[in-house]
Design a protein around this ligand. Structure first.
Ligand code: 6GU
Length: 262
């Protein structure tokens, strides 16, 4: 997978590719990351890449020509590349989009700065407009790093264990189960017995159940997008019954009722 990043701060990507899995993927040639300075495609002695907005107002807009030339130059090397504009107005990035991007030969990221990129670039040169969440960044560069990271780890051969990416949180709209490692006792807190039992079937069952319950407690929105299996419905039903029992025993003990405690 070839990642080409069009940016006015290409140096930001130097440390990014020097660590961890991204570094390993570059070394193994699973990916290449090339950060190209948009300024190289700007004209005039000062190679200006931004200008004041037509119609007035504050802030600057990225000029269309340098961005267009930079995209054309990148596509000359590899015509298969898809272009992604990073903008808070884009579709919100998620694991499904990461999986879709991982199937492409390569991606060109256009990293906007200032108030954004001239609208004509968005219409004529961009396949996807992507945001990484509902907040405003000073530019698209860090968003490009987020996407490169998420896509890289999905490319076959990048992660060590063949299953690692399949078992991820979100892979089937469930969060991952809890993880424990040594020491067995840490700050008066132990490790669930089942994980020490050596019974792999029970461990798998426990992991599935905790993964479902954690999703329900932390991200119930994900469960709405998941077709639950009948054992999963059963697990949730059992939890409901247990919760009901606790609530009932509370009122028997004369505790405040929900309305009484307000
Ligand atoms: Cl991709 N760019 C900018 N500038 N801000 C963002 C973003 C992208 N995603 C969320 N906020």
């Amino acid at each position: 997978m070839d990642f080409i990043v069009l940016t006015i701060f290409p140096e930001m990507f130097v440390p990014f590719i020097e660590y961890g899995i991204v570094r390993k993927a570059v070394e193994q040639k699973n990916i290449s990351v090339k950060a190209v300075n948009i300024r190289e495609f700007a004209e005039g002695r000062h190679r200006v890449t931004d200008d004041r907005p037509y119609g007035g107002g504050c802030g600057m807009v990225m000029k269309p020509e340098p961005v267009a030339y930079a995209i054309k130059a990148a596509k000359k090397e590899n015509q298969d590349l898809k272009t992604i504009l990073l903008t808070p107005q884009g579709k919100t990035f998620n694991q499904n989009i990461a999986r879709e991007f991982a199937l492409f030969n390569g991606l060109i990221f256009v990293c906007g700065r200032y108030e954004g990129v001239d609208e004509r670039i968005c219409h004529d040169f961009i396949d996807y407009e992507i945001s990484i969440g509902d907040y405003v960044l000073t530019g698209g560069d860090t968003a490009a790093m987020v996407i490169i990271d998420a896509v890289t780890r999905l490319i076959p051969g990048v992660l060590g264990g063949a299953e690692s990416a399949q078992k991820d949180s979100f892979s089937d709209n469930l969060l991952e189960h809890a993880h424990y490692t040594r020491p067995r006792d840490f700050q008066d807190s132990g490790v669930p017995d089942v994980l020490l039992s050596g019974n792999h079937k029970e461990i798998e069952k426990w992991r599935h159940e905790t993964s479902l319950i954690r999703t329900f407690l932390k991200r119930p929105d994900l469960l709405k997008n998941r077709q639950l299996s009948s054992p999963e419905v059963e697990i949730l039903r059992r939890w409901c019954i247990d919760i009901e029992k606790i609530i009932r025993s509370q009122s028997l003990h004369g505790a405040d009722t929900l309305s009484g405690s307000q």
